[in-house]
Ligand binder design. Structure first.
Ligand SMILES: [Zn+2]
Length: 300
């Protein structure tokens, strides 16, 4: 998306902003679009959430993990959504990115902090993993930093960033689009409950309150046109939306999961030779999807 596509004409911004503030946060997107009014953006409208790309394990966390270096490197390779920070490196003016800075083996920001709400906690893979992807011990008994300390250090700041990004778009634009960006292994890991069928190239995760049908259909169409096989909510379902915005129809959300075999050698972690071309294709597709949503919402 080019800058000229998303900004208000000079002189119009102030007037439009005052109107946007009045409608912010509670606008029904369908009625907004039907009203035929142009609602130009004044803050980034798209939040690219990239939670699982990092391989960083801080020095003060490493001693709490009981795997030897070689095994930890293998577990990191298996569990990391390698290169998703690069693949989703969209620099458009309409986009802001929230990238989790450390490995999900340190803490998984996509899990509920309340184990009672988090199904993966039963497998030792709640917000702070105690087990590996094949059920072995990951953390030492009585580990330090503790679960509570890790949540304070890594979960809260990350989710604050995410909430602020959404809040700013709601305040200034009246709506927001969250794209939750992941990748998944082409062969299921032992911890996954799965059907055993062939995995798609692209998995789109949706929730009814946040992902309207017109949006899902266009996202699926754009990927299919480029030759990808697409499945909805398979092998992973849903999309992360901050608690306070769940059910808010002004916050659109979609999870995009890419089959790792499309861009990397999953055994070594090396990128495939076609990586730059794949990235270019993905970024153009994202721009088309964002443009489509902006047009639907009369923001361009
Ligand atoms: Zn992921």
């Amino acid at each position: 998306m080019r800058q000229k596509d998303v900004r208000a004409p000079p002189g119009l911004l102030g007037r439009e902003r005052s109107r946007l503030v009045r409608v912010g946060g509670t606008t029904n997107l369908t009625s907004q679009a039907l009203a035929g009014t142009i609602f130009p953006m004044t803050a980034p409208f798209v939040v690219l959430h990239i939670p699982h790309s990092s391989t960083v394990i801080p020095a003060h966390v490493r001693p709490s993990l009981c795997l030897p270096d070689k095994d930890l490197a293998r577990e990191t390779l298996l569990m990391t959504d390698q290169c998703t920070d690069e693949l989703f490196d969209c620099q458009a003016e309409s986009v802001t990115r929230v990238v989790f800075p450390v490995s999900r083996l340190v803490l998984d920001p996509e899990r509920f902090t309340d184990d009672a709400k988090e199904p993966m906690a039963k497998k030792g893979m709640g917000v702070v993993y105690t087990k590996t992807s094949d059920g072995k011990a990951l953390r030492r008994p009585g580990f330090v930093p503790t679960r509570a300390e890790l949540i304070e250090e890594f979960y809260r700041p990350h989710h604050n960033k995410l909430e602020i990004a959404v809040a700013e778009s709601l305040r200034d634009n009246g709506s927001c689009l969250i794209l939750d960006c992941h990748s998944f292994p082409s062969v299921p890991l032992p911890y996954e409950s799965c059907s055993g069928k062939t995995r798609p190239g692209i998995c789109l995760g949706t929730v009814p309150s946040q992902t309207p049908e017109w949006f899902i259909q266009e996202a699926e169409r754009l990927f299919r046109v480029k030759g990808f096989s697409v499945a909805q909510n398979d092998p992973f379902e849903g999309v992360l939306v901050p608690d306070r915005y769940q059910g808010n129809a002004s916050v659109l959300a979609l999870m995009i999961e890419i089959n790792r075999s499309l861009y990397m050698d999953e055994a070594s972690g090396d990128r495939l030779p076609g990586f730059p071309g794949f990235k270019g294709l993905l970024l153009r597709l994202l721009e088309d999807l964002i443009d489509f949503v902006l047009k639907q919402l009369r923001m361009i």
